[in-house]
Write a protein that binds this ligand. Structure first.
Ligand code: C2E
Ligand code: MG
Ligand code: MG
Ligand code: MG
Length: 280
């Protein structure tokens, strides 16, 4: 009967919910242990100058190697860390670790490019976070050595606090990149008012350029728009020679993607930054 069916689907739904919250609680516990147990590392992916392949920056990307489960993707655990509050400790660890690494490379006499660090909005909306991050940076390196990446949605969800935090960082000489541009809902008008220096165009747009001239024009327009706002443009997800040619033709400033390099552990990243260039 309909009633029975309704009841069954309700049971299924409840079961699913229970599974989800069980998974969530499990992850909550795992994250708590991960922070205490030093299970995180940072990998670094180069961003190169589109004109000559010079390594301009490195993006720091968190890696979690769980003792039993092995590699867990940040796409999986960052959203949960944001909901459980663990993101604050994780975010602080990321900033500290990136600074430690930069200092260590500099200490070896290696010309170290600026390191770009992803910050979550949940963290950015907390009072005093910019002051705290600046303090951490200045204990070992300088503000110009780092950049912060924040997503469009991050800015939109907690606008007032986030904007205040970004303003303080910018006034202190830390550059700000808007990450995954095109996946959120910021209007062009809004973009003009944001305290940002860099626009990172989401990889989904580049993935489509081979499909049609329309997709190409869309990408070109975004580059032009960013340039008219005097922003540096970074193409995310560059994987093919064809994409590199397209981006060079259209004066994209900076390129990042597997075509040049995957995110690398510190020892491997060290070798390529010591080199300074990636063949383009
Ligand atoms: P994101 O900041 O947009 O980082 C770019 C993602 O694209 C990275 O995935 C990178 O490995 C991947 N990628 C780079 N080049 C290519 C390419 O050519 N092709 C493809 N298919 N992928 C490419 P990853 O490392 O898995 O990170 C995923 C997301 O997790 C990041 O996206 C960022 O939103 C978040 N995340 C990573 N590390 C951190 C962190 O330390 N803190 C915070 N809050 N979020 C982080
Ligand atoms: Mg990023
Ligand atoms: Mg991105
Ligand atoms: Mg992303």
């Amino acid at each position: 009967s309909a009633k029975e069916q309704g009841k069954n689907s309700y049971c299924l739904f409840a079961e699913e919910m229970e599974d989800k919250s069980k998974k969530y609680m499990e992850m909550d516990n795992m994250l708590r242990k991960a922070i205490l147990g030093n299970e995180f590392t940072l990998h670094y992916q180069p961003q190169v100058d589109a004109t000559n392949g010079k390594i301009k920056k490195l993006e720091a990307l968190i890696r979690w190697n769980h003792p039993e489960r092995g590699f867990i993707s940040p796409e999986e655990f960052i959203p949960i860390a944001e909901q459980t509050g663990h993101i604050e400790a994780i975010g602080e660890w990321v900033v500290e670790e990136a600074c430690r690494q930069i200092k260590s490379w500099k200490g070896k006499g290696i010309t170290t490019p600026k390191v770009s660090i992803n910050l979550s909005s949940t963290m950015l909306s907390r009072q005093g976070i910019s002051e705290k991050s600046i303090e951490t940076i200045n204990r070992s390196i300088q503000n110009v050595d780092v950049e912060f990446e924040i997503t469009e949605t991050a800015i939109l969800t907690n606008e007032k606090n986030v904007l205040k935090a970004l303003d303080i960082m910018k006034k202190n000489g830390i550059t700000i990149a808007l990450d995954d541009f095109g996946t959120g809902y910021s209007s062009l008008n809004h973009l003009q008012n944001l305290p940002i220096d860099v626009l990172k165009i989401d990889s989904s747009f580049l993935m489509n350029i081979h499909k049609s001239d329309k997709e190409k024009s869309l990408y070109e327009s975004v580059i032009q728009l960013a340039h008219s706002l005097e922003l540096e443009v970074v193409a995310e997800g560059v994987e093919t020679k064809e994409q590199v040619e397209f981006l060079k033709e259209n004066k994209c400033d900076t390129l990042q993607g597997y075509y040049f390099s995957r995110p690398l552990p510190p020892d491997k990243a060290e070798v390529i930054i010591a080199n300074g260039f990636i063949k383009i």
